[in-house]
Design a protein around this ligand. Structure first.
Ligand code: 13P
Ligand code: SF4
Length: 289
């Protein structure tokens, strides 16, 4: 089964059996009967599929497709952080390594983070890691204070507030839709905030015809496919580029996808004990979802 995230190149999305956000991809990986999963996404996503399917072959077209958010939360430093807050309930964003997941009580994605935090025990402090911006947005939505790990995504933290304001002024009929990994300075201009899947569904269902899209530009492929009559304007980062691409997601190419399927490599390999420890909070997320 070929699974692809919305941030993959358009041509990869078009050959995938299933395209989705992190939660939908994890749910597909959990229920597939296929004995090989080809994960067109980044390392933590394929790793999650492997944790859910230790007996299956999980291929990733480029093993070096990492994630800045996951990289900014090294397991040893995270252990020290958790040890400093004894009794805390640890909610960890799926954009993290298996070792960090293994230290957590429940995993979340941007689709279900609010739900996971609402279900956390009321009498315990909450640690939320590794994305501080998603954490702040969840605090605002749930009214619960949380201890935040100071991580962020290199793609979502560089959107330019100034450019978004300029685009809004130029397109007064457009709605701004944004991913919660963006900074508050950007999110406060959004008409709608949600995961990639939520942004897609909102834009397709809306009566409005024009959208300024503040997330990785790959999602616009599905938006344009599902609502060809609408206009989607990618929000620019503050580095002079016209749109914002995740360099990790874009390491996967059609050629690497073809070669990995032909040669059945590179595959995800995980320490079985670590994999077992990371499975418990992941399964809790799937149950609570
Ligand atoms: P979604 O779960 O919203 O698809 O987000 C994944 C991601 O990596 C965002 O940067
Ligand atoms: Fe990681 Fe950001 Fe890329 Fe998502 S967009 S995979 S959070 S670096």
């Amino acid at each position: 089964m070929i699974l692809a995230h919305y941030y993959q190149e358009s041509e990869i999305q078009d050959v995938a059996d299933f395209v989705g956000d992190s939660l939908a991809l994890a749910q597909q990986a959990a229920k597939t009967k296929a004995d090989t999963i080809v994960f067109c996404g980044v390392h933590f996503m394929a790793e999650t599929a492997k944790i859910l399917n230790p007996g299956k072959l999980v291929l990733l077209p480029d093993l070096k497709a990492g994630c800045s958010l996951s990289d900014r939360c090294p397991p040893a430093a995270f252990k020290h952080f958790v040890d400093q807050h004894p009794g805390a309930f640890v909610v960890t964003y799926v954009n993290s390594s298996a070792a960090v997941k293994a230290m957590s009580d429940v995993i979340c994605t941007s689709s279900n983070a609010v739900k996971m935090v609402e279900r956390a025990p009321k009498d315990r402090p909450i640690i939320f890691a590794p994305d501080q911006h998603l954490g702040r947005w969840v605090m605002k939505k749930t009214g619960r204070e949380m201890i935040l790990w100071p991580g962020s995504c290199m793609v979502h933290e560089i959107f330019s507030e100034k450019e978004i304001l300029r685009l809004k002024a130029e397109n007064p009929d457009a709605l701004v839709i944004a991913h919660p990994e963006c900074e508050m300075a950007v999110l406060r201009h959004a008409d709608f905030i949600g995961s990639t899947k939520a942004l897609l569904e909102y834009a397709v269902a809306s009566q409005k015809k024009k959208f300024i899209v503040v997330t990785e530009v790959g999602i616009i492929h599905q938006m344009q496919k599902q609502a060809p009559e609408k206009t989607f304007i990618p929000a620019p980062p503050d580095n002079g580029c016209a749109c914002n691409e995740c360099p990790h997601m874009k390491l996967n190419t059609m050629e690497k996808l073809y070669l990995c399927m032909r040669d059945k490599t590179p595959s995800l390999e995980l320490n079985p004990l670590l994999s077992k420890q990371a499975l418990t909070p992941l399964q809790r997320m799937l149950e609570w979802s």
